[in-house]
Design a protein around this ligand. Structure first.
Ligand SMILES: *Cc1c(COP(=O)(O)O)cnc(C)c1O
Length: 485
């Protein structure tokens, strides 16, 4: 290379010393990363780390004129580890749901009962008669496996199961009302979790929405007057995540059904959560049951499998035999159907309802809903010193009463008396910053702890921390003790 005296020294090639990819990969410190992420991902991460470090070095060298720049193996591994963690950070991990919302949509809603877990494992590992008729050796229908059970529990004539309640609503509307009109009260045009909105689902099902009444008041005459040539159905939607109070009027299921049937139309109810039992028997607030809705005259009722029902993600459609038969034949049914794991889990969950006297013990969600405040207070008193010890003097941890929510659009305005830990920064200054540090610390635990920020404190509601989970909870606090403060 030509050396020109006029060229500044910094443009000269400077030897950048970087270890070889293989050398890094063979390093002992790299072995645990290879174990968890595999050789290919580690190789890519090491290459990328080397490229980034090379670039950083080049910039340093340019600033500092000529110098011999080196990077050692441990720097490369540290950088590769950061890259691997970023890349794989979003994987599904167990967390502690201490938000106080039992059916938390972002945290996976219902936890499956033990019986359902066993059935899922079996369905995963053994061939099963999913679509095989054991009586005649011919082809079976996967819905047959649980249809009778669902009918027994709801009083409906027929039933089918799809991926979730959104799919159940979509499929019901597409089958009954494509190219036609469906009448819904303005007070019921619900949006669930940002993505499910009745008007949008209606459009994608090919039906036109006819809104009636006002936000707060809808009368029988509003339904009757809106019925025309193009009307296919009248629809009621459960006000899952809001309540309209004050000067209000809505028309009950039985009256809407009567108006629909009088005009030769069908009545559809999107029940949202849908419960199979009267929750008042367990001292919980009243929620209309699927059976009551069917008895009120609804021709089709849709509800979720993983809300109050306490089973896997699924959408159940129950109702008139002829309508369910049409739904099963709709081409979308194939696209929205459930797999065998879901059917196995749903079947076992539904079977628990055959023994209502054991339900509060066996059905995980109901067990969580019915935990008493006294039980959680005792648990909170036990955990308070451990949490205080882990957080150090920077925070004050106190046992506190709080109230939990059922969640996922079930009984939005009702709450359950519960208890847990209330954590505040020890000094009043910079409270919001300290609280978000605390939240981040809890999220960074091996099994992240998710609480709720409220009233200048972090609240950890213990309703969903069952006794069997407590040792793991405590162990990780002890292991990370003092690093928070
Ligand atoms: C929750 C809910 C849905 C959506 O159910 P997914 O099972 O989440 O698809 C639809 N409608 C109502 C009224 C709901 O409460």
């Amino acid at each position: 290379m030509q050396h020109d005296a006029a060229t500044p020294a910094r443009s000269l090639p400077v030897p950048l010393r970087l270890p070889a990819v293989d050398k890094v990969l063979q390093d002992a410190a790299m072995q645990s990363l290879r174990q968890s992420h595999g050789l290919d991902a580690c190789t890519r991460a090491v290459r990328q780390a080397l490229a980034e470090l090379r670039e950083q070095l080049r910039q340093q060298v340019q600033k500092a004129d000529r110098c011999l720049a080196t990077v050692d193996v441990s720097q490369v591994i540290a950088q590769a580890q950061v890259l691997l963690e970023q890349r794989f950070a979003s994987r599904l991990r167990p967390v502690f749901n201490l938000t106080g919302t039992v059916l938390h949509t972002n945290l996976g809603r219902a936890l499956l009962p033990q019986a359902a877990v066993a059935s899922v494992v079996q369905a995963m590992t053994a061939a099963a008669n999913l679509e095989y008729d054991l009586d005649d050796g011919g082809r079976g229908d996967r819905d047959d496996l649980i249809e009778a059970l669902i009918c027994d529990l709801t009083g409906a004539e027929a039933a089918t199961v799809v991926n979730n309640n959104a799919a159940a609503v979509l499929l019901s509307l597409a089958t009954l009302a494509a190219g036609k009109e469906v009448i819904v009260s303005r007070g019921e045009l619900v949006e669930i979790g940002g993505a499910f909105r009745i008007p949008d689902v209606m459009r994608h099902a090919g039906a036109s929405l006819v809104e009636i009444g006002t936000t707060n008041r809808t009368h029988e005459r509003d339904y009757a007057q809106a019925i025309g040539e193009q009307t296919a159905a009248l629809m009621k939607v459960h006000c899952s995540n809001y309540a309209i109070t004050g000067f209000t009027k809505s028309v009950g299921d039985a009256d809407v059904a009567r108006i629909a049937h009088g005009a030769g139309l069908d009545m559809i109810v999107d029940l949202g959560s849908g419960t199979l039992v009267d929750l008042r028997e367990w001292g919980l607030p009243y929620e209309v049951t699927v059976r009551e809705t069917v008895e009120a005259g609804a021709d089709l009722v849709t509800f979720s499998g993983d809300k109050l029902l306490g089973g896997p993600q699924a959408g159940l459609i129950v109702g008139r035999k002829d309508l369910i038969a049409r739904i099963k034949k709709h081409p979308l049914k194939r696209a929205l159907r459930v797999g065998k794991l879901t059917l196995a889990a749903l079947d076992s969950t539904l079977r628990l309802y055959l023994h209502p006297e054991q339900l509060a013990r066996q059905l995980t969600t109901l067990r969580l809903f019915t935990r008493t405040r006294a039980d959680m207070q005792a648990q909170a008193r036990e955990l308070q010193p451990q949490m205080q010890q882990a957080l150090g003097p920077g925070f004050v941890v106190q046992v506190a009463d709080m109230s939990s929510q059922i969640g996922s659009g079930a009984l939005p305005v009702e709450s359950l008396p519960s208890a847990g830990l209330r954590i505040e920064p020890a000094s009043a200054g910079a409270v919001p910053g300290r609280l978000s540090q605390l939240e981040a610390w809890l999220r960074a635990l091996p099994r992240p702890v998710i609480g709720r920020l409220h009233d200048n404190a972090l609240w950890l509601d213990l309703r969903c921390l069952e006794a069997s989970d407590q040792p793991d909870f405590v162990k990780q606090l002890q292991a990370r003790g003092q690093t928070a403060a």
